[in-house]
Design a protein around this ligand. Structure first.
Ligand code: HEC
Ligand code: HEC
Length: 277
């Protein structure tokens, strides 16, 4: 936990949840790779096939499109139109290739101006892309105005080592709380519903739509955002300091764990390209 916690939500609740996150992150790849994973390493693949595969991942399993719309501003994340060319000018001496790979594996290393550090690592849950998928997505990003030059060898060997994949066993891990009780907190005591939509409930556009929050964000981020919203920056396109800062004092540990259990059920509709067997 990197943020100071205003403690009524006890250290116990955080420990319990922390343990779950730890378990999720330490499950070895062998158990968690979804069967329909992309594997391009074996055969030869044309540049077009690679870019096409990358586009599918961008819109599907990668959940990139939930935050980044190409050719559209005002969303949670920067417009990626033309990123293939722009990437080469982001950091002096860093090639487009290297910058794009870094932005997937270490998103906080360079922040686009005006955006908070909220992009999750693409090779960790809940996104959890494997090495081939990272390769394909990088090729797709390069194809947006740039030159497709990325090779599989450019993706670090250990990238994707703990990937679970959206919808994989890791993402299915249950929180120890009661999601039903958590939904009641969301609608009642927590008053989240006054500002947030969550699937079928809520409608207010004051805060971001949380209907897919568990597909695009880590449990760590969601917890920190509730306990100390300003420390996590402000989601682009939304007003700062509107999210109540006192939830860490007003919710009990039990209520917090239940609320988290509910939020982690919010996975929206799985796009067609990630439909399960
Ligand atoms: C939870 C929302 C979210 C998701 C999901 C997400 N991103 Fe991002 N991304 C951001 C934000 C916010 C930034 C800007 C801050 C930063 O630079 O880290 C960003 C920055 C980037 C950048 C750098 C853009 C630039 O102009 O320099 C790239 C490239 C990128 N994301 C690609 C992706 C890809 C590919 C995926 C899917 C595998 C993805 N992102 C998933 C939120 C997200
Ligand atoms: C008065 C309005 C308001 C209430 C009540 C509120 N929020 Fe928020 N929330 C916001 C706004 C505005 C943002 C985006 C700006 C920011 O980042 O602070 C936000 C951001 C978030 C985010 C980050 C979303 C993302 O896409 O990264 C989460 C998670 C969240 N809120 C959860 C909750 C929960 C859970 C509750 C109830 C316990 C709640 N909020 C109550 C206004 C509110």
């Amino acid at each position: 936990m990197r943020v100071p916690i205003p403690v009524k939500v006890s250290a116990f609740a955080l420990l319990v949840i922390g343990a779950y996150t730890y378990v999720a992150n330490s499950i070895p790849q062998i158990q968690s790779v979804p069967p329909q994973e992309l594997s391009l390493e074996a055969g030869s693949v044309t540049r077009e096939q690679l870019v096409k595969a990358g586009e599918g991942i961008f819109k599907g399993k990668g959940t990139c499109e939930v935050c980044h719309a190409i050719g559209q501003k005002g969303t949670r994340a920067p417009d990626l139109a033309g990123i293939g060319a722009a990437a080469g000018k982001r950091k002096p001496g860093v090639t487009a290739n290297a910058y794009l790979i870094e932005s997937l594996l270490e998103p906080g290393a360079h922040l686009v101006e005006g955006y908070p550090n909220i992009m999750p690592r693409a090779d960790r849950p809940p996104i959890g892309l494997n090495r081939s998928e990272l390769w394909a997505v990088t090729a797709f990003l390069e194809s947006l105005g740039g030159t497709v030059a990325v090779k599989l060898e450019d993706i670090p060997k250990d990238a994707g080592a703990v990937a679970g994949g959206a919808g994989g066993p890791v993402a299915e891990l249950k929180m120890p709380g009661d999601p039903k009780a958590g939904q009641a907190i969301f609608m009642g005591k927590g008053a989240c519903i006054a500002c947030h939509k969550a699937g079928a409930i809520g409608a207010s556009p004051l805060g971001p739509d949380l209907s897919q929050i568990a597909r695009i964000q880590t449990a760590d981020y969601i917890m920190a955002k509730i306990l100390n919203p300003t420390a996590m920056g402000t989601v682009a396109g939304f007003p700062p300091n509107l999210m109540p800062p006192t939830l860490g004092q007003t919710l009990t540990a039990r209520e917090f764990v239940d609320l988290m259990s509910f939020l982690l059920t919010l996975k929206g509709e799985a796009p067609a390209s990630t439909a399960k067997k």
